[in-house]
Design a protein around this ligand. Structure first.
Ligand code: C2E
Ligand code: CA
Ligand code: CA
Ligand code: CA
Length: 279
């Protein structure tokens, strides 16, 4: 009982710090203005190689710095951006900003950190996507292999046929491809094999359930096995405890990401987290 209470207390505290108390209902005109004026900020969450404990890269996660509401989280506006046809513009705003930041991090760190970045499956259907990305990478002096494009399993399955050509061209240049929220999209292995992905990302709901729930644990284990059999590396998101980390390591999951290491944080804070001077 006490444990349950403590856990709830912790969860509440965590929500106050990182998430808005309630969902915010933003207007369409508001979002159009935000894209026009670029009211977005990018937070970065470190990705850690489990075997060595090294930070190997970061995931970029967008937030909307709303003039009245403060920080608005993506679950409250990504869907609307997709419906309004703004998701493509937003995607490139995020990419440009993240490329500028990652080149700064890597220069300071003296080594290449990878940049994982989320894209809507809408954007990845566009035949112009690869060339636009290659042009931006050249502009910022970024090697293609440092970029990991994340697309959700659900989005992937819905738009598979029209995206395969884009994926092939990205892979040909060495850009990496990650299947996000794996396990939530009811895809078939038969379809999955068509995708030239380099990475599987286990959804955080399974990572958080796996210690106490047999089904979640089996799903996590099987995902790691499937990923490895298909020649992919496996990333676990939402790692919050040492116990979860140890279990993932024992099953040879390569990369972990989650509050156990760090929440998504602004670029300057990330620099300090990495032990780098942020000036
Ligand atoms: P996602 O790509 O699955 O990102 C992981 C989410 O889990 C993030 O939420 C992150 O803050 C949260 N998270 C990370 N570690 C932990 C942990 O240990 N515990 C818990 N409870 N949560 C953790 P966030 O930043 O609110 O993003 C939500 C979703 O919005 C993302 O899910 C992604 O699908 C989408 N998104 C974020 N940025 C972008 C973007 O630039 N473009 C697009 N198209 N989608 C984005
Ligand atoms: Ca993601
Ligand atoms: Ca995910
Ligand atoms: Ca998600």
């Amino acid at each position: 009982e006490l444990e349950v209470m403590l856990k709830r207390h912790l969860e509440l505290g965590r929500r106050i710090v990182t998430e808005p108390a309630a969902h915010i209902f933003v207007g369409e005109a508001d979002l159009r203005r935000a894209v026009e004026r670029d009211e977005f900020v990018i937070h970065f969450q470190p990705q850690i190689e489990i075997k060595t404990g090294d930070v190997v890269g970061v995931e970029a996660l967008v937030r909307w710095q709303h003039p009245d509401f403060g920080l608005v989280f993506p679950d409250d506006f990504i869907g609307m951006a997709e419906r309004l046809g703004l998701i493509d513009d937003l995607g490139w705003i995020v990419m440009r900003r993240a490329l500028a930041d990652i080149s700064r991090f890597s220069a300071k760190a003296g080594r290449n950190l990878s940049l994982a970045i989320n894209f809507s499956s809408y954007s990845l259907q566009d035949a112009r996507f690869p060339n636009e990305l290659f042009a931006l990478m050249a502009e910022y002096g970024i090697q293609p292999a440092t970029i990991i494009i994340e697309v959700t399993e659900t989005g992937l399955v819905q738009k598979l046929a029209s995206s395969l050509d884009v994926f092939a061209r990205l892979r040909m240049r060495g850009v990496q491809l990650s299947i996000d929220d794996f396990g939530t999209g009811y895809s078939m292995l038969k379809q999955l094999r068509l995708v030239p992905a380099t990475e599987l990302k286990i959804d955080r709901s399974f990572v958080q359930g796996m210690i106490n729930d047999d089904h979640d644990r089996i799903l996590v284990q099987k995902t790691i096995e499937i990923g490895h059999e298909l020649g992919m590396r496996v990333v676990a998101e939402g790692v919050e405890t040492n116990q979860q980390l140890a279990f993932l390591g024992s099953r040879k999951c390569e990369i972990a990401q989650g509050y156990f290491f760090s929440r998504p944080i602004p670029p300057d804070e990330l620099m300090r987290w990495l032990g780098l001077d942020s000036t």
